[in-house]
Design a protein around this ligand. Structure first.
Ligand SMILES: *Cc1c(COP(=O)(O)O)cnc(C)c1O
Length: 360
């Protein structure tokens, strides 16, 4: 609070609390610098709306009216928000499988008919195979978008996804590693796309006196207060990631022992990337119901996250699905354990002891 209270009161006293104010602009410049990207990212009220706007911008760029549609390849194993952003754009998801990295399995995609876009997901703060994704999208002429909501600041072969010319979004939600409380960001190397999302996030207004619009934008602006918190957290983000790595290594040690004892499986992280483990997923050998109950009894909040979106009530049997064997096999066995860079050794011990005592 001490570190941001000057900006906080200045902001409230000035009355300039929103509408692309100075802190939002600064947050965008700081993000640009952090990523050493050529183009300045834009920030949004949340990650889902950043994705919604980015999809809409690409749809318009491809020449599709808002009431027209095409197919979008997307892993079923993600957060519902990924797919909601597709469907709200009047586009049609095609549910794809993942592999043991918990990211989209391109080898299993055998039908791209009428698909114009692929949206890969950086689940749990990891990254999919960026090079394969680029090859695949070129081969089939697909727009490539990365829902990188949990993975801001993660590199693939020492480069951020934006340095590979990918269109991506991040979430700065309170549960993510870089937080602005609520918030999101988007970056594309295509300047036309950046122009489009800039006016789309402001109702689609291309000029601000009469407020004329050419397309249906939904207000998705970030507030100044969020930007102030985002700027502050970004300024100590490298430190946060370092603290987090120490805790991640402790988790890895413990859970690797449990793999050897044949109790659980874990996500495979490709050697080309680091993962920030927004959560730490473990895959049980059976349905996770009892495990979740036991953790609740121990007062440890776990989530059944991510999930198979094609099985959520709204999505069930509504859209095309490819072979989803891997997703279907893990969807009821996977549990996300909490992990935070500020966790005390006591808390970490308590978590490990509780998981161990479940198996004993
Ligand atoms: C967190 C998350 C979102 C949603 O981000 P919000 O900022 O909460 O809207 C979307 N997609 C994925 C993969 C996420 O992990």
């Amino acid at each position: 609070i001490d570190d941001i209270k000057t900006q906080f009161s200045e902001c409230l006293e000035s009355g300039f609390v929103t509408n692309n104010g100075k802190y939002v602009k600064k947050f965008e410049l700081d993000l640009k610098e952090y990523l050493s990207s050529k183009i300045k990212p834009l920030v949004f009220c949340n990650g889902e709306m950043a994705l919604y706007n980015l999809i809409q911008a690409w749809k318009e760029e491809l020449g599709f009216d808002h009431n027209k549609s095409f197919k979008v390849l997307v892993p079923s194993f993600t957060f519902s928000g990924t797919v909601n952003a597709i469907v709200k754009n009047n586009l049609e998801p095609v549910f794809c499988d993942i592999d043991d990295t918990m990211t989209i399995n391109l080898q299993k995609i055998d039908n791209v008919k009428n698909a114009k876009m692929i949206i890969a997901v950086g689940a749990y703060g990891t990254l999919p195979n960026i090079e394969q994704l680029i090859d695949f999208s070129k081969k089939y002429n697909l727009v490539l978008i990365l829902d990188n909501a949990p993975s801001f600041g993660i590199k693939y072969k020492n480069k951020f996804p934006c340095n590979y010319n990918i269109s991506e979004i991040w979430s700065f939600h309170a549960t993510k590693v870089l937080s602005s409380m609520e918030g999101g960001g988007a970056l594309s190397n295509n300047e036309k796309i950046m122009k489009r999302i800039e006016y789309l996030r402001n109702f689609g207004q291309k000029e601000l006196v009469r407020g004329n619009i050419e397309s249906l934008g939904l207000n998705s602006k970030m507030q100044e207060i969020s930007a102030i918190v985002g700027i502050y957290n970004l300024s100590r983000f490298k430190e946060t990631l370092l603290l987090r790595r120490i805790i991640i290594d402790k988790y890895k040690n413990i859970f690797n022992e449990m793999i050897e004892d044949n109790r659980i499986d874990v996500m495979r992280v490709s050697k080309n990337t680091l993962c920030n483990f927004t959560f730490y997923p473990i895959i049980l050998k059976e349905d996770a119901d009892n495990f979740v109950k036991y953790m609740k009894y121990k007062n440890i909040e776990v989530r059944r996250y991510y999930t198979a979106v094609h099985e959520l009530d709204f999505y069930r049997n509504k859209y095309t699905q490819l072979n989803l064997d891997f997703t279907n096999n893990i969807k009821d066995k996977i549990v996300a354990l909490p992990l935070h860079s500020g966790m005390s050794d006591n808390k970490i011990e308590f978590l490990f002891d509780s998981v161990k005592s479940y198996f004993n």
